[in-house]
Write a protein that binds this ligand. Structure first.
Ligand code: NAD
Length: 271
């Protein structure tokens, strides 16, 4: 999709961080926007902060609920008549050793990060396939390419997003060559993800612990979400599948692959 002007983009998790940066980048391209997020007040603020003249609508949507993502598709269609770009971006962090992750932690992280993308693909793919044109961007992470300790549920969810996207790429290439897919795999980005537990079903823990603190420090030193959004827009235009954002990612991936090929053990990679 080399010209984004006038096309319709749907973004989940659009009220903050990478999703919000994508909204601004796509607005600069002249796209019409459908912004969605689970947090209504933040979504309102995001809408108010868009550049003047942006054609945009918004609706609250919890991506872990299939029926809400289907309603998002219907909302987008009733607002603009079509959808061209779908960014399955909503996600939550959740750190901790596997000895301590409880069932709610697992279900929450997998529900938002993996089921959210599955629901997005199930809801929008038939539309794009039928229309014979469109692009899907699934937000994974470098955590979908190698598995750092203390991020078990997150890593599992992101490996799933990468696997789904790789599978979809070849299915589309065979059956719907004008529908594209990209998978976004950033390392640390300066967003609000370190406070994801604001949306945890059990509420925010009183003491987030040393791992959460360390993650917060890494995030605060991360790259600007606007730089990530630039890479996403470019990837959609040229049809690039892998969207890597950090220079050290290929070397880390190579280390993991070498361990597999040489019968080694998983390398200790901390992003
Ligand atoms: N920040 C990083 O370092 C980093 C690195 C790699 C990947 N990512 C991924 O980028 C994506 C965006 O995260 P971010 O870093 O911008 O964080 P963020 O917290 O700033 O933004 C995430 C948004 O998703 C929303 N959200 C949370 N649960 C939701 C749900 N159930 N349904 C709909 N929306 C929901 C939040 O309200 C928030 O507005 C996530 O998928 C995350 O895993 C982030």
């Amino acid at each position: 999709m080399d010209n984004l002007n006038g096309r319709v983009a749907v973004i989940t998790g659009a009220a903050s961080g990478i999703g919000l940066a994508m909204a601004h980048r796509f607005a600069a391209e002249g796209m019409k926007l459908v912004l969605s997020d689970v947090e209504a007040p933040a979504l309102e603020m995001a809408m108010a902060g868009l550049p003047a003249g942006t054609e945009a609508v918004s609706t609250v949507c919890d991506v872990s609920k299939a029926e809400q993502v289907e309603a998002l598709r219907e909302f987008a269609l009733s607002s603009f008549g079509s959808v061209h770009l779908v960014c399955n971006n909503a996600g939550v962090g959740g750190g901790g050793p596997m000895t301590e992750l409880n069932l709610t932690d697992w279900e929450w992280v997998i529900g938002v990060n993996l089921w959210g993308v599955i629901h997005g693909v199930r809801s929008f793919l038939p539309l794009l396939a039928e229309q014979g044109e469109g692009h899907i961007v699934n937000t994974a992470s470098v955590a979908g390419l190698f598995a750092a300790p203390f991020m078990g549920a997150y890593n599992v969810s992101k490996y799933g997003v990468v696997a789904l996207s790789e599978t979809l790429f070849n299915e589309l290439a065979m059956a719907h060559p004008n529908v594209g897919v990209s998978v976004l795999c950033p390392s640390w980005v300066k967003t609000n993800i370190a406070s994801s537990t604001r949306n945890h079903p059990d509420g925010e823990p009183a003491d987030a612990g040393a791992i959460a603190e360390a993650i917060e420090t890494f995030i605060s030193r991360g790259i600007d979400p606007a730089d990530v959004a630039d890479k996403v827009a470019e990837a959609v235009k040229v049809g690039r599948f892998w969207i890597l954002t950090h220079e050290d990612t290929p070397a880390a991936v190579a280390q993991r692959m070498t361990a597999i090929l040489e019968d080694g053990t998983p390398p200790m990679l901390m992003h």
